[in-house]
Design a protein around this ligand. Structure first.
Ligand code: NI
Length: 255
């Protein structure tokens, strides 16, 4: 079964058909979904989805762009959620320098706290990193002391950066961007990264693959991503699906 390692089904884009869509995933070969929180509110909705659907698991965390709203009280609440039996990771957390707000200082402060939290709770991390390759790498090295490892979600950096994370045993989330015609650098990275370190993801409702680029994304489009990876690596579609499923089950300790 296909393992969807990163989606946001709590998003308003799914308000009209969330239950129908989630209910249809199994028959389309999607066996697992990690729904990823981006702030306290979406983490709460993530837990509700994970409690409702047996195949949905959750990540609890605050996205760098939402760290401006964090305080000690909310951080304590987040820590409590990490003990929920269906919370399998801390995420998505990281650094996003594409946007000027919140400040780098604020983003770094809460990234460090959440990396330490994951280590303390024995959970893997789901990392969001945009235009911040070096700082993200330095901080993961310095502040993540867990054994569980993690995944660089929507990996968008070079082979050289991939090598650094591979040495730390990290996984790489590969999504719709890999199908874009201009994604040469990413295709090269996918060729380089061993299949044993790749996870399939969509980041739904964002980043739909070709030919749905620009439209609402969903896990139903994961076969398009798996096909592209299979083609780049010169292996079969079935092997791509089977190995990435095993990878995700190992990282998130499912099954
Ligand atoms: Ni995301």
């Amino acid at each position: 079964m296909i393992f969807e390692s990163h989606a946001h089904y709590d998003d308003r884009a799914f308000d009209d058909d969330r239950d129908v869509l989630l209910g249809s995933l199994k028959e389309s070969g999607i066996g697992y979904v990690i729904n990823v929180g981006a702030n306290p509110e979406t983490t709460e909705r993530t837990i509700a989805l994970a409690e409702k659907y047996s195949f949905v698991y959750g990540a609890a965390g605050v996205h760098p762009s939402d760290t401006g709203e964090l305080d000690e009280e909310k951080f304590l609440w987040l820590k409590e959620q990490c003990a929920h039996p269906k919370i399998v990771a801390v995420g998505e957390i990281g650094l996003d320098y594409y946007w000027e707000e919140p400040s780098k200082e604020t983003q770094k402060k809460w990234f460090e706290r959440q990396l330490r939290l994951a280590g303390e709770m024995g959970l893997p991390v789901i990392i969001h990193s945009r235009d911040a390759a070096k700082d993200t790498l330095d901080m993961v090295r310095e502040f993540y002391e867990g054994e569980a490892g993690g995944v660089i979600h929507c990996f968008s950096y070079s082979k050289e950066v991939a090598r650094e994370y591979l040495e730390m045993g990290f996984y790489f989330g590969i999504g719709g961007v890999v199908t874009f015609r201009n994604a040469r650098k990413l295709k090269e990275a996918v060729e380089y990264i061993p299949l044993e370190k790749i996870l399939l993801e969509t980041d739904s409702p964002y980043l739909a693959p070709v030919p749905y680029r620009g439209q609402r994304n969903s896990s139903l489009y994961l076969p398009l991503i798996a096909k592209e990876i299979a083609q780049i690596k010169g292996i079969s579609y079935d092997e791509t699906v089977a190995v990435t499923e095993r990878n995700a089950c190992r990282l998130f300790r499912i099954g």
